[in-house]
Design a protein around this ligand. Structure first.
Ligand code: ATP
Ligand code: NAG
Length: 321
């Protein structure tokens, strides 16, 4: 596809945050109630949104000012074309955004009733075709980044290879094990400089109930013992908990209470923000990076939508930068 060493294309060399992950088109219908089997009902509103954890995290980092590249795969279809346009509009390098004829762009069909309850069908499609050959093509951008993020919405073997490539080149790895699987390959832990998940993911991974910062501290310690350098568990309105090999004592980082309108994608806003700080403000204390990431994610819950709710640098207090 693209020659990374080509001097006429210098921009990708500066990429500080690279994301290897998913793109999904959200097809959302708002209805008064959820349909029964075999039933056809009329909804009151339909909209298409841009989602997928990989793209969401990349978009948040880019909106804070990070030079980013998204290594992902979409279909050679109109949703794929629109998605690439969306990434470009967010200033993200699409040099390693591949398009395939062999599957459709990942899609999530979502029905939401008046009570906010939903039913969702995800077809990962092209996301599952992102493979290790694709990563080899992107090797230059991955190995020269400051931070690489990945999640579990692509084939686990591809995420693992991306983490291995980054790790062996001294690139900081930020791994978000979402959606969580109980028998996660142990290598994911040892390859994670920062392992960041939410409460329910921590429960699935550890088997512990996580309902408080204290519980989260206990779960985080188990995850740390599996070999990560740093663990962060996000706690919604309660902020997050962290601990590290250096300081294996759980620390709760609370956040200011805000009136939440739509929390969809808050975790991705948090991860994208954290990657931005790790890449651009490495001398800040980790606790300060978490405080700022809490704040940015709390802004995202105060407006509707996923990517549409993510703040830009220009809309945030200058003290964050
Ligand atoms: N109601 C809230 N008030 C303030 N901050 C919030 C609120 N909800 C979420 N946040 C911020 O967003 C971060 C991530 O939230 P959460 O732990 O709910 O992630 P998540 O469950 O992955 O999100 P999602 O809703 O996308 O599944 C929190 O650590 C916090 O900083
Ligand atoms: C955690 O994230 C998953 C997506 O991976 C989501 O389905 C779940 O609702 C989240 N849990 C909490 C407690 O927000």
């Amino acid at each position: 596809m693209a020659a990374s060493g080509d001097p006429t294309r210098p921009w990708p060399e500066e990429v500080a945050v690279v994301v290897v992950g998913s793109c999904m088109t959200d097809l959302v219908s708002l209805t008064s109630r959820l349909p029964k089997t075999g039933e056809t009902i009329h909804g009151r509103k339909f909209f298409i949104g841009f989602g997928g954890k990989g793209a969401n995290q990349c978009v948040q980092a880019a909106r804070l000012g990070a030079k980013t590249s998204l290594v992902c795969k979409v279909g050679k279809d109109s949703f794929g074309n629109d998605y690439i346009e969306n990434l470009k509009q967010n200033g993200i390098s699409t040099e390693f955004t591949y398009q395939t004829n062999d599957a459709a762009t990942g899609a999530a069909s979502i029905i939401v009733n008046n009570e906010g309850q939903n039913i969702i069908v995800i077809v990962a499609g092209a996301n599952l075709l992102l493979n290790t050959d694709d990563l080899k093509e992107a090797a230059n951008v991955i190995s020269r980044a400051k931070v690489m993020i990945c999640q579990l919405e692509i084939t686990p073997a591809t995420s693992l290879e991306a983490l291995t490539m980054a790790h062996s080149n001294g690139v900081k790895t930020l791994f978000n094990p979402a959606p969580a699987i109980a028998d996660l390959d142990p290598q994911f832990y040892s390859l994670s400089d920062v392992f960041c998940c939410n409460e329910s993911e921590a429960e699935i991974l550890t088997g512990l109930m996580v309902g408080s910062p204290e519980d989260a501290g206990k779960a985080a310690l188990i995850l740390l013992q599996r070999g990560c350098h740093v663990v962060v568990i996000t706690l919604g309105a309660a902020g997050c908990v962290t601990l590290s090999q250096k300081e294996p004592v759980p620390k709760h980082i609370p956040t200011e209470t805000v009136k939440a309108v739509d929390t969809t994608g808050a975790g991705d806003s948090f991860v994208g923000a954290l990657a931005f700080y790790l890449a651009y403000y490495p001398s800040l204390s980790f606790e300060e990076m978490l405080k700022r990431s809490n704040f940015i994610a709390s802004v995202s819950v105060q407006t509707a939508g996923t990517q549409s709710s993510y703040p830009y640098k220009k809309d945030l207090p200058p003290t964050l930068f």
